[in-house]
Design a binder for this molecule. Structure first.
Ligand code: GTP
Length: 311
């Protein structure tokens, strides 16, 4: 079964987590997203989107659903995975007083990880709050877990303060990718990247966030050398926002490996799926901030990993 990626949304009380979840649900672009929220009272889903509600689950007209956390998080995820049709992604909003470390550790449970791997930890930070708010121990714990930091309320920040706030945040948490997200407008491609197992779309996707990021889908008919891939990722990672994809390692013909890069951390692991013979041996999506890394450089680095005659 195709794994269902999980996006965990953390952030201080009132930072704008629900606003981000609403944005994600409203911009699902055809993906069936299931959102797990703490209480419906707070969620203010656009009324026009709501198609119905029953058994604690709100169905949206665009195929997404929204449910409350019923006791145990892992049980809630298991219930969501049994739904028909199955969600294609799960977004979990943590409570504003939650220390996300425990939730992340729970989600690392091997059984859950295989079915619903934690894709991104997104921390929403109120950019209009005083700089001193960054010293709060709970916010610091939330930031430590984050791959992506979304700056909310940039529209409310006092003129001239935003750049200083961003620099202070970057200094405290250099590996996370920062995005400005007024009104919860987090680019979905950054937090729930396209599923590389799907055939490519006919038309190229819109650029995720104005012109800040560029997406490159790289494919190859050859298997990849694991050591060369590790070296290439090491060189590219500091300038990549995100990467994900599947490939066949040259020394393990027929096996499929999943490559993930988020928040500067890369993982390479075998997955239990067979490659569809019609699909290329390597399919990896890279998202880079425009400027420091060109698609040509990514492609050249990846071409160097391809092994033309498998060993
Ligand atoms: N002006 C402005 N208001 C925002 C923005 N993001 C969120 N808000 C407002 O900030 C308030 C809190 O936002 P929520 O999304 O409910 O915050 P939350 O983190 O889910 O709150 P808790 O669940 O209470 O921790 C709401 O009134 C939002 O409308 C933004 O980018 N700009």
């Amino acid at each position: 079964m195709t794994p269902v990626p999980v996006l965990l949304v953390t952030g201080f009380l009132g930072a704008g987590k629900t606003t981000v979840v609403n944005h994600v649900l409203a911009h699902a672009e055809g993906r069936r997203i299931a959102a797990v929220v703490n209480d419906f009272g707070a969620i203010n889903i656009d009324a026009e989107l709501i198609a119905g509600a029953s058994d604690g689950v709100v169905s949206l007209a665009n195929g997404c659903i929204c449910c409350t956390l019923e006791g145990d998080l892992l049980r809630t995820i298991a219930t969501l995975l049994r739904r028909e049709p199955r969600p294609e992604a799960i977004v979990i909003e943590t409570s504003g007083v939650a220390e996300p470390g425990d939730i992340v550790r729970n989600l690392m449970d091997p059984v859950i990880w295989r079915a619903a791997p934690l894709e991104t930890v997104l921390c929403v930070v109120d950019a209009a709050a005083p700089l001193a708010s960054l010293e709060d121990p709970l916010l610091r714990a939330q930031l430590r877990m984050a791959d992506v930091v979304a700056l909310s309320k940039t529209d409310l920040a006092a003129p001239g303060t935003l750049e200083g706030f961003k620099a202070a945040l970057k200094a405290r948490h250099p590996t996370a990718l920062q995005v400005e997200a007024p009104g919860g407008a987090v680019p979905l491609t950054l937090v729930l990247p396209e599923d590389p197992t799907r055939p490519p779309r006919e038309t190229p996707r819109r650029r995720p966030h104005a012109d800040r990021f560029e997406t490159l889908s790289w494919t190859a008919e050859a298997p990849l050398s694991l050591p060369k891939l590790q070296a290439a990722i090491g060189r590219l990672a500091p300038r990549l926002a995100r990467a994900k994809g599947f490939f066949e390692p040259a020394d393990q013909p027929g096996k499929v490996f999943l490559f993930q890069l988020a928040g500067g951390r890369a993982t390479l692991a075998p997955v239990d799926t067979q490659r569809d013979p019609g699909q290329p041996r390597a399919r990896i999506v890279f998202i880079a901030e425009l400027g420091p890394l060109s698609p040509a450089e990514i492609a050249a680095a990846m071409e160097g990993c391809a092994v033309l005659s498998p060993s």
